[in-house]
Design a protein around this ligand. Structure first.
Ligand code: ADP
Length: 511
């Protein structure tokens, strides 16, 4: 009965809301597996404290979101069905400070990349950039807390933060770093402050609700130039990654760089799969390549989108090196941007890598009607052999489960993430089951070879936490001890990142 009521609630909510703040709009599980029972909209830190105290009193699980996009990782949904979502974004959305001299800002959870960008433009601060992820509608604070990335040299959003205000699971509020000093003047300038640095406890965690967060902002580098290289064969992958590693560590490749598979470019056309192919299994490679031939960049297997920063003479120095190295791959081509139309995807990457918020990236979700997506996101060394091993896992498992795959290698600095996006029809339970089964298989295959995911959908958090198992799972036990200490009633986002409070542990919640 309870399940039927929740299902009904889920259906009504999904019809009522385009961008839901009650459940996962891209549900890879059943729609009502992760659904809220209520949403509250605090307007201040004090109101957040009141909610948290009330949750303790009544032992109600609560789940904070900032804007709640979190596409592919569970959206706004709580891990525990029936939890109350604390939607901070709607009313706590003030830009508290933009300091044009120090190039810093202090924001509340509801400040989106668009809002911050527009405010900087409105104030005429031409010398300050922001760093944006692929989609600019999300929260600056929420993305950083969940360790999202962007595409300028400031792309490590978590790494660029300085100072947090956090409501703890028992309702007290703390400020980290220099913010702990009454009357301080350096909160956004020196993240560590003095003594133990607890900030990491509030990232991808369930130990607090972040109500304010500061960031360093990138100074305008005085010019920028996007570039695109294409490479003809899938087998070029290993050599390419070997070329990328030293260039990226030396910051000749200056931004979090993307090596995208051509299938993603076909997906970005925004047409459904049925437009190209109606058979079972993966769309055959020859069809993908036939479509690619007609795209502006022509046929290829891989595309490298990068950006060079600074005045022309500085850019030339770096671009000459990049061109010389990439052209070592037989058949490599550098695409001349002046040949590309204004609506080409190249210009989307150009804007994103120069800090202008965009909304185009998810066009490939239209691959299936009623499309949703979920990502396999393992971390690895920037080595040809690791790229090939992960690529083999992804291809093999997607083939086994009749799924197309949209992969990108994203090179941070000394590590890379392979992001494999899997698109499915949310109404097709067989396809959703296959997407889940393939993800589970990929996570296990990867762990056996020493690769772990950096972030995941709610449905896979327990599995991934269990792969971080050195010393008989010592890290998870440590996290559980902290959880039980800071959140004795287990009310704060139980199960987030696989960390369950004592009240829930071992009682059938893990999946
Ligand atoms: P975005 O809209 O930018 O994608 P979300 O608001 O969906 O970001 O946040 C992503 C995840 O980060 C949430 O599911 C939640 O686990 C965590 N999170 C977001 N905001 C907060 C916050 N203010 N305090 C604690 N955790 C948060």
């Amino acid at each position: 009965m309870r399940r039927r009521i929740l299902k009904l609630v889920g259906q009504v909510l999904s019809i009522c809301t385009l961008d839901p703040n009650t459940h996962d709009g891209m549900h890879v599980a059943e729609e009502d597996d992760f659904v809220a029972s209520a949403v509250v909209y605090p307007s201040s830190t004090e109101e957040v404290q009141t909610i948290v105290r009330w949750a303790n009193e009544h032992r109600i699980p609560i789940s904070p979101i900032s804007i709640g996009r979190n596409y592919g990782y569970g959206g706004a949904a709580p891990r525990v069905r029936g939890a109350v979502v604390i939607d901070l974004g709607r009313r706590m959305n003030r830009i508290l400070d933009i300091n044009p001299d120090d190039c810093t800002c202090l924001v509340e959870p509801g400040v989106t990349y668009f809002a911050l960008y527009e405010e900087i433009q409105a104030r005429g601060y031409k010398h300050i950039w922001i760093d944006v992820p692929d989609i600019g509608g999300g929260s600056v604070l929420g993305n950083a807390v969940d360790r999202g990335v962007g595409y300028t040299p400031y792309g490590d959003h978590w790494g660029m933060h300085s100072g947090m205000e956090v409501v703890l699971p028992t309702g007290e509020v703390i400020r980290t770093g220099m913010g702990a000093l009454q009357g301080n003047n350096s909160w956004q300038l020196f993240a560590p402050g003095f003594g133990p640095t607890p900030d990491g406890l509030f990232s991808q965690s369930n130990l607090g609700i972040v109500t304010k967060m500061g960031f360093g902002l990138m100074p305008n580098p005085g010019g920028h130039e996007a570039y695109l290289f294409t490479f003809p064969r899938e087998e070029d992958l290993a050599q390419l990654i070997e070329i990328i590693r030293p260039l990226r560590i030396a910051m000749i490749l200056e931004n979090v760089a993307q090596l995208r598979h051509v299938s993603l470019q076909v997906g970005l056309e925004g047409k459904p799969r049925s437009h190209y192919y109606n058979g079972k299994g993966r769309v055959p490679d020859n069809i993908i390549h036939d479509v690619a031939k007609k795209l502006s960049h022509g046929d290829c297997a891989w595309l490298y989108y990068g950006m060079s920063y600074g005045p022309p003479e500085i850019r030339k120095y770096k671009l000459d090196i990049i061109e010389k190295e990439f052209m070592k791959i037989p058949g490599a081509r550098r695409i001349d941007p002046s040949t590309l139309p204004a609506d080409d995807y190249f210009w989307v990457r150009d804007r994103v890598a120069s800090g202008v918020p965009e909304l185009e990236e998810l066009r490939w979700v239209n691959w299936h009607p009623n499309g949703g997506h979920v990502a396999f996101s393992p971390v690895s060394p920037v080595r040809g052999k690791d790229a090939t091993a992960l690529w083999d896992i992804a291809r093999r498992r997607c083939e086994e489960f009749d799924l197309d795959l949209f992969p990108t290698f994203v090179v941070g600095l000394r590590e890379m993430h392979l992001i494999v996006e899997i698109v499915f029809n949310r109404d097709d339970s067989v396809m959703r089951n296959n997407a889940r089964a393939s993800l589970r298989a990929m996570i296990d295959d990867a762990a056996k070879q020493g690769y772990g995911e950096y972030r995941t959908h709610l449905a896979f958090m327990d599995q991934i936490a269990s792969t971080y198992n050195w010393n008989d799972g010592a890290l998870l036990r440590f996290n559980e001890r902290i959880k039980d200490c800071l959140d004795p009633n287990g009310i704060m986002a139980p199960g987030k990142s696989g960390v369950w409070p004592a009240r829930y542990r071992g009682r059938g919640w893990e999946m």
